[in-house]
Design a protein around this ligand. Structure first.
Ligand SMILES: [Cu+2]
Length: 150
């Protein structure tokens, strides 16, 4: 075996292991934004969030490129009346999952510069209670997009 190549590979392994051990990052699956008419004032974002770490992770703020205001909402039913409850934070339990889906918890993208159309993407930034940030990309999809369950 090429000695230098071996040493480089070994160093990379060490780096990735130590990076992973210190990471407070979440894993986002199937992040999407629901399509809305151009005159709409907001769009909703949905996703699956997985916490593979040993610690609870609390999302305290969300931003999205092209939107002036972003809030975390929970849809609550009172009889036939659906209303949205603002959430100051969203806890993703250690080794757990939270699913954001239509009719449940979702992220409300408000004050759009313009409503994004099908296939366009927005960069979303999540801030955690420890101050660290993570960025993901969410693509606009048709509102009847099926939700995948893992
Ligand atoms: Cu909402």
């Amino acid at each position: 075996m090429n000695h230098r190549l071996f040493r480089t590979g070994f160093l990379l392994l060490i780096l990735s292991l130590s990076w992973h051990a210190g990471a407070t990052e979440l894993v986002f699956h199937d992040a999407w934004v629901s399509e809305a008419p151009p005159v709409a004032r907001s769009q909703a974002a949905y996703m699956h969030i997985h916490n593979a770490t040993e610690q609870d992770i609390v999302i305290v703020a969300v931003k999205a490129e092209g939107y002036g205001m972003v809030m975390m909402h929970k849809t609550v039913m009172d009889g036939d009346m659906a209303s949205m409850e603002h959430q100051d934070s969203l806890l993703i339990p250690a080794q757990g999952n939270v699913v954001l889906s239509p009719g449940g918890i979702h992220i409300m993208l408000m004050s759009p510069e313009r409503i994004l159309s099908l296939g366009e993407k927005t960069a979303m930034t999540f801030t955690y209670s420890d101050g660290s940030e993570q960025q993901i990309s969410a693509e606009v999809k048709a509102a009847d997009t099926p939700i995948h369950h893992h």
